[in-house]
Structures are given as structure tokens and as C-alpha cells.
Design a protein around this ligand. Structure first.
Ligand code: ATP
Length: 294
């Protein structure tokens, strides 16, 4: 399986992001006030100066714990150049998903900063975060409502023409145009039941509408048959094109074609490099790779 094939099994979830944001903030004991109702970047101080490229991701001396006194991430510093694909690998429980959620703005670091395009994520409004970064995972949310409502969750002001363009971008316009009621079709429980592949296309279309600079992808086990997975892989690779991508690879074989691999061990980044560099370096990644092959 290529990384792309696995990425294709993932889902885009801007709404879940917001819902989880509130939920998980409680869990994370992060002050809500830090993230909600805080000021956006001051106009004129120059997004231009601060954000030469919104796809530039930087974590500096990031600490994080879910519970007081239990550090999950310790002193994580990382810079991801615009348009790079970074894979996070490492043992179960090392902190990969947690780091991914911090880079996606779902949690705020206890100490340290995460910046996107030079602007600190925890100081942005929720609205602005959504233009910067989205978390893509296996949870797919089709809500009770029309197809239009489901798509507009990503951008409430989107016109129908834009919704159709987004559906077209993920190869979903064929079946959607065949629906008697088009965008007015009721979906979700009680409405039209969408196959997992179609639900994933809706989620991808939301991503096209939200159009964030950076995507954090948490890999999933497949819900799809191989043909549907290949089909979706093509759509997803178009959606990923040109964006910064941070893929949380819970299994090693999904990481090796990333531009850069970060090995996360015990809440720290222990190795950073391309697959070939890390294999040649003979460290933890090389050992994992050998044991996986062996
Ligand atoms: P895996 O590959 O198994 O998913 P991971 O490297 O992604 O692991 P995380 O999921 O980030 O690791 O978990 C890091 C640590 O944080 C673990 O000890 C885990 O139990 C803990 N943890 C993760 N999520 C939460 C949460 N919501 N509340 C409390 N503790 C959590």
C-alpha cells in the first residue's frame, strides 16, 4: 500500500474538529479563553510580514500533557517547510496523535508555541484556524440535513456553484447530479443512506471548500473495498497537492514515501530525515524498518 492509498482511507472532518475542540479542551484542561474569543492577527501588523507562506508549520519547545504532571510531549521543536509531507512514526503511545492534534490546533501547548505561517495558532480565532489547518481522520460525519447543509458546514457562505465544483473536485458530482433532489437531498439517518465511499467524498469535498494550507492526517483502517479506495486515493492526492501534509503513521509502511520522517519516542522527536537517511543512520527507524521487513 502506498501512503496515498492509506491517506485515501482517511476523512476530513471540519465539523468534528470544532465539536472535538470544545470536548477535548475540557479533557486537556486547556483554558478555553486562550482559543475562543481571542484576537486574530492584528490587521496591518501584516499577515504579509508574519506569514510569508501560510503552509509553513513550526513547533517550538512544545510541552503538553492531558493531566497535570504527566508529560506526553516534551520539548518538541519541529519546522515543516511549505508543501512538505512529513510522517510521524514511533511506538504506540509515544505521542504521535497528540502532536498531530497540537499542530492542527485542537489542543494548545502547555508551554511552547505552534505557529502556522508565522502566526501563533493558539491566538487565532477558530474561523481563522479553519482556513489554516484541518484534521483528516477516519471518522466521517454525515449529518441529518440536506447535502447542501452537509457541505456548507465547511463554509457557510458557499454558493451552490462552489458546492458543485467541490463535489466535482472529488469525483462525486456524477452520483450527486443523478439525485432527484440534487443538493436538497436529505441525507443522514432517515434520509438517503450514503455508502462509506460517498460519505468520504462528502468529507473530502468539505476539505476542498475549507481550503486549508495544512492538513494533519491520522491514518485509518479501511472501510472501503479496494476499487473505492483507489478511486478515493486519486481524489485525495489532488486535494493534498501543494499543501503541507503531516501524516500520523501508526504503521511503518505508510511513512516511507514521505519527504521527511520524524520518529516520536516517549514524547520527543528522536530522529528526523528521509527514509533513506534514517535507514542509513542505523537508529531506531532503521531497527523498526528491519524488523518490519524481517
Ligand atoms: P498510537 O500509535 O497507539 O495511536 P500515539 O503515538 O499516537 O499512539 P498518543 O495517542 O498521542 O500516542 O498518546 C500519547 C499518550 O497520551 C498515551 O499515554 C495516551 O494514553 C495518552 N492520551 C492520548 N489521548 C489522550 C486523551 N484524550 N486523554 C488522556 N490521555 C491521552
Amino acid at each position: 500500500l502506498t501512503t496515498g492509498a492509506l491517506l485515501a482511507q482517511m476523512l476530513v472532518d471540519p465539523v468534528g474538529l470544532i465539536l472535538r475542540w470544545y470536548d477535548e479542551l475540557q479533557v486537556a484542561q486547556v483554558s478555553l479563553a486562550r482559543l475562543v474569543g481571542v484576537r486574530d492577527i492584528e490587521p496591518g501588523t501584516g499577515d504579509a510580514a508574519l506569514a510569508p507562506d501560510g503552509r509553513h508549520v513550526r513547533a517550538e519547545r512544545v510541552h503538553f500533557g492531558y493531566h497535570e504532571g504527566v508529560d506526553v510531549l516534551r520539548e518538541v521543536s519541529l519546522e515543516v517547510a511549505p508543501g512538505t509531507r512529513l510522517a510521524l512514526v514511533g511506538p504506540s503511545g509515544a505521542g504521535k496523535s497528540t502532536l498531530g492534534r497540537l499542530l492542527a490546533g485542537i489542543y494548545a501547548p502547555g508551554n511552547g508555541t505552534v505557529t502556522l505561517g508565522g502566526a501563533e495558532l493558539s491566538r487565532m480565532t477558530a474561523e481563522r484556524v479553519r482556513t489554516q489547518v484541518a484534521l483528516v481522520n477516519q471518522e466521517h460525519h454525515v449529518f441529518v440535513g440536506s447535502l447542501r447543509d452537509n457541505l456548507r458546514l465547511a463554509r457557510t457562505d458557499a454558493e451552490d456553484a462552489e458546492l458543485w465544483a467541490a463535489l466535482g473536485a472529488v469525483d462525486a458530482d456524477g452520483w450527486a447530479r443523478a439525485l432527484d433532489d440534487g443538493l436538497d437531498t436529505e441525507v443522514g439517518s432517515g434520509g438517503l443512506a450514503l455508502t462509506p465511499a460517498r460519505a468520504q467524498q462528502i468529507a473530502l469535498a468539505r476539505l476542498v471548500l475549507a481550503d486549508p494550507h495544512t492538513l494533519v492526517l491520522d491514518e485509518a483502517t479501511s472501510l472501503l473495498d479496494p476499487r473505492a479506495a483507489r478511486h478515493l486515493e486519486r481524489s485525495l492526492s489532488r486535494v493534498l497537492d501543494g499543501r503541507t501534509v503531516i501524516a500520523i503513521a501508526h504503521r511503518l509502511h505508510t511513512a516511507h514515501d514521505a519527504d521527511v520522517i520524524a520518529v516520536v519516542e516517549d514524547g520527543r522527536i528522536s530522529e528526523l530525515g528521509s527514509h533513506d537517511e534514517l535507514v542509513a543512520a542505523g537508529g531506531a527507524y532503521a531497527a523498526l524498518w528491519r524488523s518490519w521487513h524481517g
